[in-house]
Design a protein around this ligand. Structure first.
Ligand code: BEZ
Ligand code: FE
Length: 299
């Protein structure tokens, strides 16, 4: 039988929220209190389990530094990051679908020119990626910025290594909205498992793998920025991405070619892989209107 405190406590905590608190903050805190209390009641959390949870969250915070964000990783593996993504990109229609940012984006990548090799000095399978950036009206966007980052052929991001070599770049579309760059084929890789999130994945009986992908952040003045990946078709982890980030429209055929003459034309060695993709951005004003409509619908 629930005791009196058990039934009254949730209301009592919510009632302490000041009427002067920011309305959005009040809404978020009210719902958070309800859900956390509901969770405790539903699973009848023991004191030992509660203390384990506190230890886990403490360890998660202690694992974070300027190169490692264990809380983002926790949000990713629990599907929270993709849920936030879904809620914030409802009805995006013709625009390129979005997916997780992940913990390995850093500012300050070197700018390269169209056709350059962003993986110069890295071992791996030569790969050519090209495409266009368009508006939802089909207009090519000249000067759009593509920020690119990826893992190396052993599944590590440059920021996870100590060598200081970069495997990331910034690139701008040409006058026709086209882009092209050389790189190495990305491989599937495990998210970092040497911290508290790795232990939880293991206890849940889950693998830590992400299917091979290239990261893109595509922006242009007056348009909504798209944070996304291109996934390599045929990867064995597409159906079971540890962070639930795969969307069908982002799976791309990286075609293998043995042609030495084709490779030479692109500045590569055979065999090589090539892929192409058209990114579609929607005007920022429309994005703002859509968000306002979604917010008013929710009231
Ligand atoms: C990534 O794709 O870089 C990534 C995303 C989520 C968690 C870990 C890594
Ligand atoms: Fe990644």
């Amino acid at each position: 039988m629930p005791n009196d405190l058990e039934t009254r406590l949730t209301g009592a905590v919510i009632a302490r929220l000041s009427d002067d608190a920011d309305p959005r903050f009040r809404r978020i805190m009210t719902s958070l209190i309800r859900h956390v209390h509901g969770f405790v009641r539903e699973v009848e959390l023991t004191e030992e389990e509660w203390f384990e949870a506190i230890k886990f969250l403490t360890a998660t915070g202690q694992k974070c530094n300027d190169k490692r964000q264990e809380f983002i990783l926790l949000s990713d593996v629990l599907g929270v990051s993709m849920l936030v993504d879904a809620v914030n990109h409802r009805g995006s229609g013709a625009t390129t679908e979005t997916t997780v940012l992940g913990p390995f984006f850093v500012h300050g990548a070197p700018e390269i020119a169209n056709g350059d090799d962003m993986a110069a000095g890295w071992k791996g399978e030569p790969t050519y990626v090209s495409g266009r950036v368009l508006s939802t009206e089909g207009t090519p966007l000249a000067g759009a910025l593509l920020e690119l980052w990826q893992s190396n052929s052993e599944g590590y991001y440059d920021v996870q290594l100590t060598e200081g070599k970069r495997l990331r770049a910034k690139l701008r579309t040409d006058a026709e909205g086209r882009f092209r760059f050389r790189t190495i084929l990305p491989t599937s890789y495990p998210v970092p498992t040497d911290g508290p999130v790795g232990l939880v994945l293991d206890r849940m009986g889950r693998h830590p793998m992400r299917p091979a992908h290239l990261h893109f952040m595509v922006s242009a003045p007056g348009y909504e920025t798209v944070v996304t990946h291109l996934f390599v078709k045929g990867d064995p982890y597409l159906e079971s991405d540890v962070v639930f980030g795969v969307k069908d429209s982002l799976i791309v055929d990286f075609k293998r070619s043995e042609s030495e003459s084709e490779a030479q034309k692109l500045g590569l060695k055979a065999p090589f892989y090539s892929a192409s993709y058209e990114f579609v951005l929607r005007p920022a004003a429309r994005a703002a209107q859509h968000a306002a409509r979604a917010a008013s619908d929710a009231v």
